[in-house]
Ligand binder design. Sequence first.
Ligand SMILES: Cc1cc2nc3c(=O)[nH]c(=O)nc-3n(C[C@H](O)[C@H](O)[C@H](O)COP(=O)(O)O)c2cc1C
Ligand SMILES: CCCCC(=O)C(=O)O
Length: 378
Amino acid sequence: MKHITCIEDLRLLHKRRVPKAFFDYADRGSYAEETLRANREDLQKIKFRQRILVDVSKRDLSTTILGEPSSMPLILAPVGLLGMQHGDGEIHACRAAQAAGIPFTQSTMSICSIEDIAGSVEKPFWFQLYVMKDRGFIKALVERAIAAKCTALCLTVDLQVIGQRHQDIKNGMSVPPEWTLSKLFDFAIRPGWVQGVLQGKRRTFGNIAGHVKNTEDLTKLSAWTAAQFDTSLNWKDVDWIRSIWPGKLIIKGIHDIEDAKLAVETGAQALVVSNHGGRQLDGAPSSIHVLPGIADAVGDKIEIMFDGGIRSGQDVMRALALGAKSCMLGRAYAYGLGAGGQAGVAKAIDIIRNELLTTMGLCGVNTVAEIDRKVLAD
Ligand SMILES: Cc1cc2nc3c(=O)[nH]c(=O)nc-3n(C[C@H](O)[C@H](O)[C@H](O)COP(=O)(O)O)c2cc1C
Ligand SMILES: CCCCC(=O)C(=O)O
């Protein structure tokens, strides 16, 4: 990892090491990928004010996230199928986050189960929930998160209808996977990846498999899961989740000021300004475009988290300047995981940490609390 200097290096290594279908699943977005591109392009348009001769010898990244101390304003976002980027990927990512002193969020769509992770890491983690049609299953899943001592529930609300990812269809990305000669070849030339995944605890959705009868039957599991996304989901369901989850609640997938105000009314502790990394509503504005309006409207009533296109410490600084209290990393750490397991995720976090520290120094800022619109050029 010595010559890896930026997240793009990890991305290229991930692309080399992991079969194309899984790399593309992580890397690509929905439809024409306009929102995926806008997330990156709009961040890059934001320029900093260079300030000089300020004593920046005592820069400090520490902050609080949901009232708990965190070494920096970063969170690992829920990312599905991490265990297909690297064997036991969820455990590797969670360990890297905990070693760095930041929260890890486990996706409902994980390969390792909640219990697999809880039994393999030192500290509590967060759990992300998709509310599926089978409410009995969801209640049981929430109870499992409580039993595993998860410290926050991240309720994702922007996937009741699934945005089509063209590349996943072209790659036959389904459970069970579509087997073609080229796919077999693609796997065969990556024996390290194959061995890692085969040695992992599981090879399908760990949180769901136990619930579906005939768990060995991937076709049934896949059909059940696909049919379970609930288009009828609405704010009453959030109230129901509030009633069965006693801990801290984060609503993820807010992109509109009116929705942000409704999220405040649920009593949730935080919201994530997010368009699901350009994987859902293509044609939506970038997350960074909508962040200032949402932060101005509700930033004093609820903790604002941000994601979408963060690939550097500079990007974190931009989001904090426009009103986020912390940022979730999605692809940035998934690339690290594909590139090199726990060490790769640690590298991704470290790259972003160092970039943020340097950017703060060159903008004449010493603490995270000082970062506001004043660090941006007009
Ligand atoms: C491969 C992949 C899988 C994802 N799976 C989930 C998921 O299971 N649950 C969820 O709430 N968000 C999921 N997301 C969205 C991320 O949590 C996050 O919102 C997004 O990745 C942020 O954009 P970025 O990747 O540009 O940082 C996923 C994102 C990616 C890239
Ligand atoms: C059906 C998709 C579940 C995982 C996810 O949220 C994503 O791939 O973006």
